[in-house]
Ligand binder design. Structure first.
Ligand SMILES: *[C@@H]1O[C@H](CO)[C@@H](O)[C@H](O)[C@H]1NC(C)=O
Length: 215
């Protein structure tokens, strides 16, 4: 799987000039009972298996975050990213560690002024070819990891007012404000708590956590 991720990343990077945010194509973890086709493309709306209630509020027995990560069409891009970082995907697949995943909506990622794996400093020091070749790939992979880690809170449940440190090291709190759940700093609205499973929760955010501040 790991070997597969790199050529795909390369092909994405070749097209960073295009406005299209290309999906990372690592296949989702699947269960035999689930239909295959809707899960292949993280940018295509993923339909829950027919008959199953995957809308999220029901506490879902012994399901893990990794089982449900790809089933919400609002966060397909972020979900695709997590599968490309081995340490993250194994965390989400572990029943020994709880996690609160702060998953920005696809729209929020598309609105970013640059791709999550691009860092203006890289362009400053290395120019337009900052993400070319093998060094470029590992640079992009490192930046993408930082972006993802800034959205992974290594605990769940997460109570209002409790300060947490993400895997990237940035501190975040959540609070109720004007009847909405917000992540601070940044006033990032939580659109919904999309999934509650045995090893944590997936929250869908209307914006992104300031990952540039996380070093
Ligand atoms: C992990 O999450 C489950 C489900 O919410 C909860 O029952 C359990 O207490 C949590 N464990 C820890 C160590 O927080």
């Amino acid at each position: 799987m790991k070997l597969l991720a790199y050529p795909i990343l390369t092909s994405c990077l070749l097209f960073t000039a295009s406005a299209q945010l290309l999906p990372f194509a690592k296949p989702l973890k699947r269960h035999a009972s689930e239909p295959q086709s809707p899960f292949l493309d993280p940018l295509r709306p993923a339909m829950p298996p027919s008959g199953a209630d995957n809308t999220g509020d029901a506490s879902a027995g012994d399901l893990l975050i990794s089982d449900v990560m790809g089933t919400d069409s609002r966060m397909g891009i972020f979900s695709g990213f997590t599968r490309n970082i081995d340490s993250i995907s194994s965390r989400l697949d572990s029943s020994a560690q709880n996690t609160t995943v702060l998953a920005p909506e696809d729209a929020a990622i598309r609105k970013l002024p640059r791709k999550p794996w691009e860092d203006p400093q890289d362009y400053e020091t290395l120019g337009a070819s900052a993400y070319a070749g093998q060094d470029g790939e590992s640079r992009a992979q490192k930046n993408l990891r930082r972006f993802i880690e800034a959205h992974i809170v290594p605990e769940s449940p997460w109570r209002d007012g409790q300060e947490m440190q993400t895997l990237a090291g940035n501190k975040v709190t959540c609070e109720e404000k004007d009847g909405k759940k917000m992540i601070q700093p940044g006033d990032i609205e939580v659109a919904s708590i999309a999934k509650t499973v045995s090893n944590g929760e997936i929250w869908i955010l209307k914006g992104v956590v300031n990952y540039a501040a996380a070093q």
